[in-house]
Structures are given as structure tokens and as C-alpha cells.
Ligand binder design. Structure first.
Ligand code: UT7
Length: 344
């Protein structure tokens, strides 16, 4: 063993506090499209029910061999190609997911190896549908502290791995996908201006995968009871999501002296179009300023926000200097909102 390995790997802070900005985004979604009509072959459901109750028309489902790490790695490769980054340019990789390839090692390690990022360290972060925002806030602190120059934040979930294909109340809702953003120092007045998070663990039984952890290790009984699949108390989560999304955005607006009219776009977690519409209405925000890609992807958990962000950028709906808010609610419950002045 080399005697000096720790000092080789540790990088002291380079500069004083700065804001972080998202300076690039890339996504990956599996090729295979599963439409609502496809689901009616195996489930007692209908396109009419799914579209009217959720807004979802189709979702992507990973091919055999695709995993959260392979999807995340492809999103990172695309991000690096788009930004012209080389293998040594990434300092830190944070992966938000609830469907890691394995409980350990962390999916961040698997992506680091697949992409080939010799200088990057990394870790996974578990906050379900709020995971991408929690990871964004976490990554931004390393930029703000001057500890790192380039942080890659990945949101990736292969939800098809934990969805019960025989349960119509959940099987129609979720899809697979991944997204990655690059965080770098922002120009003065730009970037991530403010964030807000909260957790409310009283929601622990309303959206969960009951078994596979230390509480209920995998056994023949847990498999027979289908406890390795996601379970959701949809109505409770729906009500919580609507109230908390609007409240979180309002909190950020109020404490920054802004109103909804100041926002070019709100980029919300994509769980249900009715949640997005109700949140827009509560905020007094025209519904078309609430980003929506749920029709094409369903709920991809940690991947929804980068997928929605990429769509907003491709649609030319966010320009340098515009204000935007990201907002999410997820299992836990977890809640988050982030105010940005767009910087690229
Ligand atoms: O991403 C993390 C956060 N997750 C969320 O935010 C999800 C929040 N919840 C929701 O989006 C909605 O609650 C759901 C989409 C999950 C369900 O919509 P809902 O309007 O709350 O429906 P429901 O659960 O009240 O069910 C209404 C009826 C039930 O039948 P009965 O009891 O009235 O006879 C269900 O059995 O719809 C039935 N149903 C279905 N029917 C056809 C449930 N799923 C289906 C289905 N197809 N796929």
C-alpha cells in the first residue's frame, strides 16, 4: 500500500463560497415504449381511465440487462459529450435512486466504473421522488464551499424492477429513465438562489417497498406476500402532494420577494397531471407554465425532473436570466423546492 494515498486524493477548498448553477443536462430513456393499450392486455384497466386520472399515455420500460446504473451511465456519457468533458473533469457523482442495482455497492460506484471517471468520488442518495432535488442541493454545497468544480447529479430509476405487474393501481403509473445534470460555479446573481426541504416520516406507510431491507429481509414469505413491490396509498399521497408542492413553491417565492408571475416555468416532479394542474391553480400560475412530460414517461421517480428540464430547454421555455422553480414530493414523505436563475 502506498503511504500517502489519502493526501493524494484529498482536495482542499479552492475558493470561497459561490453559488452553483446547472450548466448542462442529458437524459436517457429505454427504447421500448409501453402504451396504455398495451397494459389493457394484462390488466383490468383502460386508456380512458389512465389518461383521465393521471395524464399518462405511455412509458418506457428497460430491456433485459438494462439497470439503473446502465441508464444512469448513458445519461452521464451524453452529458459529458454535450459539455465536452473528459474523464478527469468530474469531481463528484451523486446518484439519486430508489432502485439501485444492488443495496450495495452504491450505484454511483457502478456508474463511475462504467463511464470511467478516475478522479470522481460519489455516493447514492435515497429520497424517492424528491431524490433528484435532494441530490441537487447536496451537490450544490460542494460547489458553494469551493471544494469541487464539477459535480454530476444523476436521477435514475428502473421502476419496472419494483412494480407489481399484476397491480393495476401502480403498474400503470411508473416507467424507467435517467437524467444527469452538471453543476458548476454560477455567474454572480445566477444559479441556485434558494432551496427548501422537509421530511415527514409519518408518511412512511403510504408509499413504500415493505421488504428487502433490515426490517424484513428477503425470505420465501416476503416474496409470496409480494412485499418486494412498491405499495402506495394513492389518495393520501395525492392530497399530500398537492398541498405540499404549492406550499413549497409559495414559501420560496415569499421569502425571495417574488410572485408566481415572476417564474418562466415551474418544473415539478411528474406523478400525476391532476397534481400538476391543481398545484398550478393553487399558485395562480397558468397551467402551461407547469412543465409536463408525464404523458410520455409516466412517473420515473428520481428521473422525472431532468427529463422535464430537458424538455423545457428543448422547447425554448427557459433562457438565461429566467427564474424557475423545481418542486417535488415523494415517499417518506420527502419534500423539496429549488429556486434558480437560469445560467446557460
Ligand atoms: O411519485 C410519488 C408520489 N405519488 C403520487 O403522487 C401519486 C398520487 N396519487 C395518485 O396519483 C392517484 O391517487 C392515483 C392515480 C394513484 C389513483 O387515482 P385516484 O383518482 O385517487 O383513484 P382511486 O385510488 O381513488 O381509485 C378510484 C377507482 C377505484 O375503484 P372503486 O374502488 O371506486 O371501484 C380503483 O379500484 O379506480 C380504480 N382503479 C383503476 N381502474 C382502472 C385504480 N387503478 C385503476 C386502473 N384502471 N389502473
Amino acid at each position: 500500500m502506498g503511504g500517502n494515498i489519502t493526501s493524494c486524493m484529498f482536495e482542499p477548498p479552492r475558493e470561497g463560497p459561490r453559488r452553483a448553477a446547472i450548466t448542462g443536462v442529458a437524459t436517457y430513456a429505454p427504447q421500448r415504449v409501453v402504451t396504455n393499450a398495451d397494459l389493457t392486455h394484462t390488466l383490468d384497466t383502460s386508456d380512458e381511465w389512465i389518461v383521465s386520472r393521471t395524464g399518462i399515455r405511455e412509458r418506457r420500460i428497460g430491456a433485459p440487462g438494462e439497470t439503473t446504473s446502465t441508464m444512469g451511465a448513458e445519461a452521464v456519457r451524453r452529458l459529458m459529450a454535450a459539455k465536452g468533458l473528459g474523464p478527469d473533469d468530474v469531481d463528484l457523482l451523486i446518484v439519486a435512486t430508489v432502485t439501485p442495482d444492488m443495496l450495495f455497492p452504491a450505484t454511483a460506484c457502478l456508474i463511475q466504473d462504467q463511464v470511467g471517471l478516475p478522479r470522481a468520488w460519489g455516493f447514492d442518495l435515497s429520497a424517492a421522488c424528491s431524490g433528484f432535488l435532494y441530490a441537487l442541493t447536496t451537490g450544490a454545497q460542494f460547489i458553494a464551499a469551493g471544494a469541487h468544480r464539477r459535480v454530476v447529479v444523476v436521477g435514475a430509476d428502473l421502476m419496472s424492477a419494483i412494480i407489481d405487474p399484476t397491480d393495476r393501481t401502480t403498474a400503470v403509473l411508473f416507467g424507467d429513465g435517467a437524467g444527469a445534470v452538471l453543476l458548476e460555479q454560477a455567474a454572480d446573481g445566477f444559479g441556485i438562489l434558494d432551496f427548501h426541504h422537509r421530511v415527514d416520516g409519518s408518511g412512511r406507510d403510504d408509499l413504500l417497498m415493505p421488504a428487502g431491507g433490515s426490517l424484513k429481509p428477503a425470505s420465501a414469505e416476503t416474496v409470496a406476500a409480494r412485499e418486494h413491490f412498491l405499495r402506495q396509498n394513492g389518495r393520501v399521497v395525492f392530497k399530500f402532494a398537492v398541498s405540499q408542492m404549492a406550499w413549497s413553491v409559495e414559501l420560496l417565492l415569499r421569502r425571495n420577494g417574488l410572485t408566481a408571475a415572476d417564474l418562466a416555468v415551474v418544473i415539478p416532479h411528474q406523478a400525476n397531471q391532476r397534481i400538476l394542474d391543481a398545484t398550478a391553480d393553487r399558485l395562480g400560475l397558468p397551467r402551461e407554465r407547469m412543465a409536463s412530460v408525464i404523458g410520455r414517461y409516466g412517473n420515473t421517480t428520481a428521473a422525472t425532473l431532468p427529463l422535464a428540464l430537458e424538455d423545457v430547454l428543448q422547447g425554448g421555455r427557459l433562457s438565461r436570466g429566467d427564474l424557475a422553480v423545481f418542486v417535488a414530493v415523494g415517499a417518506g414523505f420527502t419534500v423539496g423546492a429549488t429556486l434558480v436563475r437560469w445560467d446557460c
